[in-house]
Design a protein around this ligand. Sequence first.
Ligand code: PGA
Ligand code: ZN
Length: 416
Amino acid sequence: TVSQVHAVEILDSRSRPTLAVTLETDAGQHVRAGVPAGASTGTREAVELRDHDPHRYSGQGVLQAVQSVNGEILDRLRGQTFDGPSDLDHALIELDGTENKSRLGANAIVGVSIAAARAFAETAGVPLWKHLSGEVAEPRMPVPHFNVINGGVHALNELDFQEFMIAPLGAPSIAEAVRAGSEIYGALRALLHGRGMSVGLGDEGGFAPEIAQPEEALDLLVEAIRTAGYTPGRDGVAIAMDPASSEFYHDGAYRVAGQDFTSDQMIDRYADIVERYPVWLLEDGLAESDWDGWQRLTERLGDTVELVGDDIFCTNPKIIAEAITKGVGNASLIKVNQIGTVTETLDAMRVARDGGYAQFVSHRSGETEDAFIADLTVGSGSGHLKSGAPARGERVAKYARLVEIEDVTDLPYGLR
Ligand code: PGA
Ligand code: ZN
């Protein structure tokens, strides 16, 4: 039985306001959740409520969302007993009453939903990952994807592609994968510094050097992987990219380093990249509105590369189902705040699984120290997650949680 729900406005890792939510029960549970926030958002994401008061935080305040929790949501939940997370999440969805959670705010709802999932796990007396297990696939430890070079809207450099990640697919365990991530991150820093390039960081803790072409970033990564003593490739440390291409797609053209490309020219470039570099995963290679291009990209590279839809799918079970029918991509990114409740997130993962699509669990560029996604990726058996660089508290919190889970379990590591 819920006895109290309360939210307060705090800062996220980008110094923008977000919510911290606490939830208490009659049984004495006191749980908390921090709400993440994106910068390169899909247009069909659940709606994050912002105050748009120019006199506070440049309009980014979340006092209305805080009021949703401390007012209507509290009134609805207090004194009520719920059978499980799905029961409570559906009460929130109904209370909001809109298709995209725009009335109470997805940021308000997701904070309560995550806190509630924790309370249910505590009630059951099991770790959160275990409480979430059995919903999608057998639990396992995921391959961490460390975002070590930042561009796009996450950095102020000229690099249009947003994320360049290293993925220790061949590591024996999470602990060793984290070690590889950190050692390669260190090697990359030395490499950049040695060349007189900036070692300043982007929003997700990766370096933001003064480069413009994606191939330059890939060259740097391959060299850093080797310098740190690892083997580039699927048996060692592979590379993943999230160009987040919706951000540089305008009037039917992709603008990369000042040059315009058609969808087919982008596909050619990706095919060339995949041939020359150990890139195993490509997220948002094409824009969220370019479904035809996505189909051709999937025909061309779908057998060899994991093609992840982020902005195009928005963790939305209906859109993922449509994509499966149309042969668009072969994997879905999974961000809890894109859809707004834990229950719908698990629905999205099941829809993806049933269609043969992989599920890639993800943080947002604006984060708190909340490590919910670590438990989600383990419990759902998604096999891989991205949570930014192997540095900075809000990123490392997730990797640390994974190491701690591994320490007390004997779950298998790696992709399914
Ligand atoms: P976002 O970026 O959190 O700013 O949306 C992450 C991503 O595009 O995957
Ligand atoms: Zn993305």
